[in-house]
Design a protein around this ligand. Structure first.
Ligand code: ADP
Ligand code: MG
Length: 728
């Protein structure tokens, strides 16, 4: 009997749910462990409070004296809650979060000790973090990296540690994390959008970008997961025959949440409440043991931090409940993968959601302006949007005959498409008073009513308008949202900047009125962006052929997709919008392409090991049983033995052919891997992995999965799909 697998199954069946008691109301514990505005008001002096408030709202610098006061109050607050350590919490380019804990504790000599935390420790730290990816920016000889306090994201307590959200940059100023470019992109979109808002409302002073993510994940029994080396080392199953029952009955989707998972969710939600993460919905997803958690949307910077924090605490709480969380985009073949929908919008400091139609024709024209400009930005930069969601793991989901596809398109629904069609007919230049009235009353003015019954929602679109926001659905479940949010806000900022230039030119040079100019520019945008709009089923050959005609990119692999992230246009775009310098843009590309190679190299090694060291020996063992059986039959039946041993002999042959299939393919894959590793240029190496090494994954898997169906279940070493997916 295969000991590890059956031991794991036995353990998982004996699991007793951990009781969860929620004593306090959620609204009461919300933000209890966050040094938020409410707490700051209590703990800070008036000066210090105003200083932080100005930093948060207007990006003003916090001076040293104020920082000292904030640090001291932060320490008092934390100590009162039993905290012993503090850490600068940041998001390096590994995709995970990083922290290095320091104690408040200090000795003063003469056996005296105190708890200390000053402004300098709050504002800046120098973690010896030379092993984080930096894409060549920061080799250990030339410059160190440091973390710097980001007052726009409040400090929080996790366990007994005070965590201070920070950015991570090289001494020479280049960003080494996801947050720094995001903050710059948010600044860019604020500037550009505020300028455009002034056409409609002079009072607008600030525009913020909001993000509401929906996080999908799988929950797998911890012991069962531990019995699979592929899950432990790569986060996904590299082989395993599909279970007889999968998701075909749709009986998991929105079904009642299994108790064990529910207990995990309740504890997670309590922790989220304490940390001020406003989680609101939870439900079963399509695949068995797949779930989703989503918060109420927040300002994008905070939402990005909260998503990273959530992913971190999910892993820890899951472990307590004997689960392993899988964030991988495609942990199991044959059932749905996981994504992270990024619901995105822009709103003003006057409280207007710029992607929601307003009550008056003028505010609806403002909505249309932002709506059409977003579509234009996506059309122009579709390849960059595809690049920003590219990763080794997301490749298994995007374009793999499952929504969303590798082609970026925008879904806006039939009603809004009709509105745009009408606007295409707007007269060039000056508009007659009748036309203006007609437009305002019957086209733009009708949008709110039109949208009310905009109920059809295309679930396959990678970028969909859903009533008052756009939903970027192709983001991977493992990804840090910082990256896609940086790109989306940057391209929209650039587009709005260009739009303003065009409108101003019409006003100045053609003597058009403001609204006439807006209508004129929007008309041209609508005409030129039709190719990005798509309402049909977004995956499959028909759309691929159509998309090709329209000139949309369709990059199926990361190395191909990433080319757009270092194109001349992209480098210029980030530079112009002050989001990333050319060096930073190139460094990110290097890091991503290398990560792609590393992930696939690891997978290739793990697959070869399992296939040769687990599957083949097991198959041989079973084949020997069959051979003994045939020998015995020969003894009993002598010449006639072939009649009775026919099936066994066929099985023996089949097993041999699959063993041959595994061994020859593993050998070829290893040879290809060797040649790929010799390529010194990382993009060439990545391409070799994609085109030459990875095709063997499927071939090897095919033979292993066939053997799973043939070999005696009692000796099969790997925990099977049915066990992983249906143990609750
Ligand atoms: P679904 O898209 O699954 O139907 P909802 O429409 O309820 O779900 O919203 C999904 C996410 O979108 C939630 O996190 C929600 O807070 C967020 N959301 C709603 N309005 C906005 C907005 N204006 N900007 C950003 N996110 C938003
Ligand atoms: Mg959604």
């Amino acid at each position: 009997m295969s000991t590890l697998r059956f031991h794991a199954i036995k353990e998982s069946l004996a699991y007793k749910p951990i009781k969860i008691e929620e004593v306090e109301r959620r609204s009461e514990i919300f933000g209890k462990n966050v040094f938020n505005m409410k707490t700051m008001r209590q703990y800070l002096t008036k000066d210090a409070f105003v200083g932080v408030e100005n930093a948060v709202q207007f990006g003003k610098k916090i001076d040293r004296n104020i920082a000292d006061q904030v640090a001291s109050s932060m320490k008092d607050w934390a100590l009162a809650k039993g905290v012993t350590h503090y850490t600068h919490w940041f998001q390096p380019l590994t995709g995970a979060t990083a922290e290095k804990h320091d104690a408040f504790f200090e000795t003063l000599g003469d056996d005296l000790a105190i708890e200390q935390f000053g402004g300098s420790q709050l504002v800046q730290q120098e973690p010896d973090a030379s092993s984080f990816p930096n894409g060549g920016i920061r080799n250990t000889f030339e410059a160190r990296g440091y973390t710097a306090w980001d007052p726009t994201s409040p400090a929080f307590i996790y366990g007994t540690t005070l965590c201070i959200p920070t950015i991570f940059v090289a001494y020479t100023g280049e960003a080494l994390d996801y947050k720094t470019p995001l903050l710059r992109a948010l600044q860019a979109v604020d500037t550009a959008a505020t300028a455009v808002c002034k056409y409609f409302d002079k009072n607008v002073k600030k525009v913020t970008s909001s993000l509401g993510w929906e996080q999908e994940y799988f929950l797998i029994d911890k012991t069962l997961a531990a019995s699979r080396p592929d899950i432990m080392l790569t986060g996904r199953t590299l082989l395993g025959h599909t279970s007889a029952k999968g998701q075909q009955l749709d009986d998991h989707y929105f079904g009642s949440i299994p108790n064990r998972a529910l207990n995990f969710m309740r504890e997670l939600e309590t922790e989220c409440m304490l940390l001020g993460i406003p989680v609101k919905t939870r439900h079963n997803e399509v695949a068995p043991n797949q779930f989703e958690v989503a918060p109420i949307f927040e300002e994008a910077n905070l939402a990005v931090d909260h998503n990273s924090l959530l992913m971190d605490i999910m892993g820890r709480i899951a472990s307590k409940h004997n689960f392993k969380v899988l964030f991988h985009e495609k942990p199991f073949a044959g059932v749905n993968g996981s994504g992270k929908h990024n619901n995105w919008s822009l709103s003003t400091d006057t409280g207007v959601n710029l992607l929601a139609p307003g009550k008056t024709p003028m505010s609806s024209l403002q909505f249309l302006t932002f709506f059409v400009n977003t579509i234009k930005a996506v059309h122009k930069h579709e390849a960059l949007l595809r690049a920003v969601i590219a990763s080794a793991s997301n490749d298994h989901r995007l374009g793999a005959n499952e929504a969303p596809p590798a082609i970026i398109s925008v879904f806006i629904g039939e009603q809004l498409r009709k509105v745009l069609e009408e606007l295409e007919g707007v007269t060039k230049g000056k508009l007659s008073p009748q036309e203006k009235t007609e437009l305002k009353l019957n086209v733009v003015g009708k949008i709110p009513d039109v949208l009310l019954d905009n109920t059809d929602r295309n679930r396959t679109s990678p970028f969909a308008f859903t009533g008052n926001k756009f939903e970027f659905r192709a983001v991977g479940s493992m990804a840090n949202c910082g990256n896609p949010m940086t790109v989306l806000n940057t391209i929209v900022a650039k587009q709005l900047k260009d739009f303003k230039k065009e409108v101003d030119a019409l006003i100045d040079k053609k003597d058009l009125k403001k609204d006439e100019a807006v209508f004129n520019v929007l008309r041209e945008y609508i005409k030129s962006t039709k190719d990005i709009l798509f309402e049909g089923n977004s995956y499959g050959e028909a759309w691929e052929a159509e998309a090709k005609k329209r000139g949309l990119s369709n990059s199926k692999s990361t190395p191909e997709a990433l080319k757009a992230s270092i194109s001349k246009e992209t480098v210029a775009l980030f530079k112009e919008m002050n989001v990333m310098s050319a060096i930073e843009t190139k460094a990110r590309y290097e890091i991503e392409i290398e990560a792609y190679v590393m992930h696939n190299q690891i997978e290739s090694r793990v697959l070869a090991d399992i296939a040769r060291n687990n599957i083949v020996p097991t198959a041989v063992k079973y084949q020997n049983v069959l051979i003994e059986n045939v020998k015995g039959l020969k003894e009993i039946f002598d010449k006639n033995f072939k009649n009775v041993a026919k099936e066994q002999i066929t099985l023996i042959e089949e097993i041999s052919s699959h063993i041959e299939g595994i061994n020859s393919n593993v050998t070829k894959m290893i040879d290809e891997r060797r040649s790929a590793n010799k390529l010194m240029e990382m993009d060439k190496r990545a391409e070799a992995y994609s085109k030459k090494v990875m095709p063997f994954f499927d071939a090897i898997r095919y033979h292993c999965d066939k053997l799973e169906l043939l070999v005696d279940d009692e000796i099969w070493p790997l925990t099977k799909y049915r066990e992983l997916l249906f143990t609750r």
